[in-house]
Design a protein around this ligand. Structure first.
Ligand SMILES: Cc1cc2nc3c(=O)[nH]c(=O)nc-3n(C[C@H](O)[C@H](O)[C@H](O)COP(=O)(O)O)c2cc1C
Length: 289
């Protein structure tokens, strides 16, 4: 019996050392995680993710899909222009879009409802993965709602600028003279918040896969920007960092919708200025093989 005691003591000692080491390791890991979180890091797409209430997305995703094999195919209607006309149209379209700028000073002059309806209809002509049309455009005109949106964005943006995004992000934005104060959110007569539907619902209530939903909605946003420019309105593309979940709840949007972009829309204010940015010439953006 007594001869066993030293063995027992040795086993207990080994156990104590082992337990201590494991605890130490997890503390180190935790300290590392906390350090990584508080350290400045680049602006990454990860920051735009909003994974609230989406735990079951993958599960029965395919089950609700209605097969659409029997959809009718109809003759395609097309307008072809003579070469000279094509050159003229493409040149004029380029010149129109080359005048587009991100304008952060917007007047409070009202814009016609019909124009907003038309530009959103135009955005809705975008191609989408398997024609799922995974977008929702929320149009806000109500001054109180606009102000609530501003409050949420300014609160989060102040944290972004002061600590969350780090010095490099703040330095990169310096040339644009942006800050967490977003007066245009109250001033612009219309705010358009574009949500991507990360999945849809089939007629039977089951989840429907929305293939490439982010790419599809981003294309729709590009077309929307072009349509606004064509109508003589201005906007600034904004991606309110870390505001998605709060804005979604404020606007009573369902949890399958995630905020992708917010566009304040209106006319430029009289004293509007823009940074004197230059665009890359063709030979820097095009490679012909
Ligand atoms: C995906 C994306 C996100 C952007 N986010 C913001 C933003 O949050 N705030 C802002 O003031 N501008 C934002 N911008 C606007 C850019 O700063 C602007 O497009 C760029 O400086 C070029 O200027 P331009 O649009 O006048 O050509 C964003 C642009 C893009 C494409």
């Amino acid at each position: 019996m007594f001869s066993l005691t030293p063995v027992l003591v040795a086993v207990v000692c080994i156990l104590i050392v082992w337990i201590y080491k494991s605890a130490d390791g997890s503390v180190e890991r935790r300290t590392g995680e906390l350090k990584a979180r508080s350290e400045p890091r680049p602006w990454v797409d990860e920051d735009l993710k909003d994974s609230t209430d989406l735990h079951q997305v993958e599960e029965d995703a395919d089950e609700g899909q209605e097969p659409e094999e029997n959809i009718e195919h109809v003759p395609f209607s097309h307008t072809q222009y003579p070469e000279k006309e094509m050159v003229k149209r493409s040149q004029e379209f380029y010149e129109l879009l080359n005048k587009r700028r991100s304008v952060r000073f917007i007047s409070n002059e009202q814009v016609p409802v019909e124009v907003i309806n038309n530009v959103i209809k135009t955005a809705g002509t975008a191609p989408s993965g398997a024609h799922t049309e995974p977008w929702t455009f929320v149009v806000v005109r109500d001054p109180d709602m606009k102000h609530k949106i501003r409050e949420i964005i300014e609160e989060e943006e102040e944290i972004n600028y002061m600590k969350r995004m780090g010095q490099r992000w703040v330095t990169d934005l310096k040339k644009l003279r942006t800050s967490w104060i977003k007066e245009y959110l109250d001033m612009a007569p219309v705010l358009i918040l574009i949500f991507k539907q990360v999945h849809g619902f089939a007629a039977n209530g089951k989840r429907k896969v929305h293939y490439y939903n982010e790419i599809s909605v981003s294309i729709a946003c590009g077309i929307l920007l072009a349509a606004l420019q064509n109508a003589g309105l201005v906007t600034v593309t904004t991606t309110p960092l870390n505001c998605g979940p709060r804005l979604r709840v404020l606007l009573s949007r369902p949890s399958n919708e995630k905020l992708l972009m917010l566009l304040p829309v209106g006319y430029p204010s009289k004293e509007a200025t823009v940074p004197d940015l230059k665009r890359k010439p063709l030979d820097e953006i095009m490679v012909t093989v």
